[in-house]
Design a protein around this ligand. Structure first.
Ligand code: GCO
Length: 255
């Protein structure tokens, strides 16, 4: 019985921003439990090679290249899924960018770009997915939050605000879509070894701060998010909704 609760065979998962990094790691975790995964990004060549790598590894993988801030492209992608008979059962809103600058020096355009990619896209793509999930009476939305969903760090205000918004959007989705059979939850990664954080990892002072501030005394590996993604994508979490669950080495829980 217990393993069946985590079996994703016959389910299709769309993971935004998944040609590499956290999105790719979660896609591999979901595929490893039987899901067919749709990788997304804007770089078609990078997507094609990621699909080829996953297919060679024995996973079921497709790609859907679209810009998560382009509503027309998002609608077209879902209309193509409809036309191809592809039902998105699991949506992982992972796409995100970072822009580090103190607010006093921050241009509004840079603020808006981070909000558009990291927050508004989750609403737009979530709405398109949920419209279709509702017709089937079931679906899973997994939004990717952050430590900054709860805790602010100087120089990353737009990212912090967007990720705080992700936490509350997750609850709003739970509030409206629970009766449709859709569970909406969020994952809060800690400081992870990703391209986005390369400058931080390579900064000895910041690296020491992360290791000192994290009870597990290390950065997280992208594949360490896969277990939470599998849980929140599977029947095991069918009565879990509106939650933000951290995979952060304990950082959000300690002073
Ligand atoms: C930063 C980092 C963080 C982490 C992550 C923490 O500049 O502080 O990019 O934002 O990536 O979001 O949960």
């Amino acid at each position: 019985m217990s393993m069946k609760l985590f079996d994703l065979t016959g389910r299709t998962a769309l993971i935004t921003g998944s040609s590499r990094g956290l999105g790719r790691a979660m896609a591999e975790g979901l595929a490893g439990c039987g899901a067919r995964v749709i990788l997304n990004g804007t770089n078609a060549a990078r997507l094609d090679s990621a699909v080829a790598e996953m297919t060679a590894a024995g996973y079921q993988a497709l790609s859907a290249a679209f810009d998560v801030t382009d509503e027309t492209a998002i609608r077209a992608a879902f209309e193509q899924f409809d036309a191809d008979g592809i039902e998105v059962d699991i949506l992982v809103n992972n796409a995100g960018i970072q822009f580090r600058k103190p607010m006093l020096e921050l241009d509004t355009a840079d603020w808006q770009r981070v909000i558009d990619v990291n927050l508004t896209s989750a609403f737009v793509i979530g709405r398109e997915a949920a419209k279709r999930m509702a017709t089937r009476g079931r679906g899973k939305v997994i939004n990717i939050g952050s430590l900054t969903s709860d805790l602010a760090r100087a120089t990353v205000a737009p990212y912090t605000v967007a990720k705080g918004g992700i936490k509350m959007l997750t609850k709003a989705m739970a509030a409206e879509w629970g009766e449709l059979g859709i569970q909406s939850n969020a994952i809060g990664p800690g400081y992870m070894l990703t391209d986005m954080n390369e400058a931080l990892v390579n900064d000895p002072k910041f690296d020491a701060w992360v290791k000192g501030r994290t009870p597990m005394r290390r950065w997280g590996a992208p594949e360490e998010l896969a277990g939470l993604a599998i849980f929140l994508a599977a029947d095991a979490s069918n009565y879990v909704s509106g939650q933000l669950i951290f995979a952060d080495g304990g950082m959000a829980s300690v002073l």
